[in-house]
Design a binder for this molecule. Structure first.
Ligand code: PLP
Length: 396
């Protein structure tokens, strides 16, 4: 009676959401402070004051002009503000016409997939593993084939030879995400340059551009000396998908963009295809209010100190217990090795100690769990004993 694929997708459980829902229920049963919920990537740091200021200011303006539809590509003034900010930060030649305002990175990536693949033509999108699970949903829903390529097992940087080996005539795009969800790794400039070299050679060999989709909702969340490269400087055929969900702590407000650099191959046609993709997806325009907010806050940087503190506290606890993990370089996730091969079983065991850890199977690999440490500091402090108890369950 209904579209079978939609029914299957709607019924398919998301391990992250299931764990989050379980956490809410468990908190109601035993108390907020007794459940240590590391399941979700919902920023716990309040939005910067500039966001609230702009929102207040908008309430004093003519509501009709504030809340009306904007052009599908976005409010022209906001696109100019964002373009000017990108130029200030990264140089190059960025203008409003290169930007399409969206309702977050989800829509940005989904639009790219739809614009770049032809359904039925077996067009492929290469996805380094582990990966944000919705990439598969969006890739397949838009008619593409997702090709998983494992990352390096020692440090979870991209495995350039493996990506090279996976490219063929059907490859339309490669998607990367740095700082990375779920691992917290930031790809080094050398790694990205090596990837660019492979993509340039392959584009020439197969006589069509292979686009690099750089999904960067965590761009500003980076720790220590790690640097997030501006990917369009490294590879011309890059398309940037951005979102203010994490940087300005606005995940529920739905606001982001797609940036197509002028130097990208067939940039104009690609932009037109993105506009068509947005239309086909039923996307009318990004939130008019929040477009204005991010336009005004385009240069505002997030306060990452709370994440730095949480990261340090969590690492100390895990070190004291003896867990193995990848030291987070960016975003707000920590990738920890499960104490048994079956990550789901380990996550279930963790639940017995009220620790909610997402099993890595959700991200395309076994044997690990993801900890989202964008939580209240006291959650981390109070969870110390639970981490010890969980460790001791496996090391009696
Ligand atoms: N891409 C990655 C890697 C993410 O982690 C997320 C959200 O967690 C998204 C895209 C979607 O973000 P948005 O809220 O901007 O749609």
């Amino acid at each position: 009676m209904f579209n079978a694929k939609s029914v299957a997708l709607g019924a398919e459980p998301s391990a992250i959401r299931q764990l989050f829902a379980y956490g809410l229920q468990r908190k109601a049963e035993i108390g907020e402070d007794k459940v240590f919920d590391y399941s979700l990537g919902n920023p716990n740091v309040p939005s910067p004051a500039e966001v609230t200021e702009k929102l207040k200011q908008l309430t004093t303006q003519d509501p009709v002009s504030v809340h009306g539809y904007t052009p599908a590509t976005g409010n022209p003034t906001v696109r100019e503000q964002v373009a000017a900010s990108l130029e200030r930060r990264f140089g190059g030649d960025v203008t409003a016409d290169d930007l399409f305002m969206t309702d977050g990175a989800s829509t940005s990536v989904s639009m790219c997939f739809r614009a770049m693949v032809t359904p039925g033509a077996t067009d492929e999108i290469i996805v380094p593993v582990p990966y944000f699970p919705e990439y598969r949903t969006w890739g397949e829903a838009n008619g593409g084939k997702i090709v998983e390529v494992p990352s390096r097992s020692d440090n979870f940087q991209l495995d350039i030879d493996a990506i090279d080996g996976a490219i063929n005539d059907h490859t339309a795009a490669v998607i990367i995400n740095s700082p990375n969800n779920p691992v917290g790794v930031v790809y080094t400039k050398n790694t990205l340059e090596a990837l660019a070299e492979v993509l340039r050679r392959a584009s020439e060999k197969y006589c069509h551009p292979i686009y690099l989709i750089s999904d960067e909702p965590y761009r500003e969340l980076v720790f220590g000396d790690h640097e997030v490269s501006w990917v369009p400087d490294i590879y011309d055929d890059t398309v940037v998908c951005y979102s203010w969900s994490k940087s300005l702590s606005l995940p529920g407000e739905r606001i982001g963009y797609v940036y197509v650099p002028k130097k990208a191959s067939n940039a104009h046609e690609l932009f037109t295809a993105l506009a068509g993709a947005a239309r086909a997806l039923g996307f009318v325009c990004a939130s008019a209010t929040y477009q204005q907010v991010v336009g005004a806050c385009a240069d505002v940087m997030p306060d990452i100190k709370p994440y730095e503190r949480n990261r340090a506290r969590l690492m100390k606890i895990l070190d004291d217990c003896g867990y193995e993990y990848i030291e987070p370089q960016g975003a707000f996730y920590l990738w920890m090795r499960a104490l048994e091969d079956d990550a789901q079983a380990f996550s279930d065991k963790a639940k017995e100690h009220e620790l909610l850890l997402v099993p890595s199977d959700s991200f395309g690999v076994g044997g690990w769990v993801r900890l989202g440490y964008c939580v209240a500091e006291k959650t981390i402090v109070n969870s110390e004993q639970a981490f010890h108890d969980l460790y001791n369950d496996y090391n009696k």
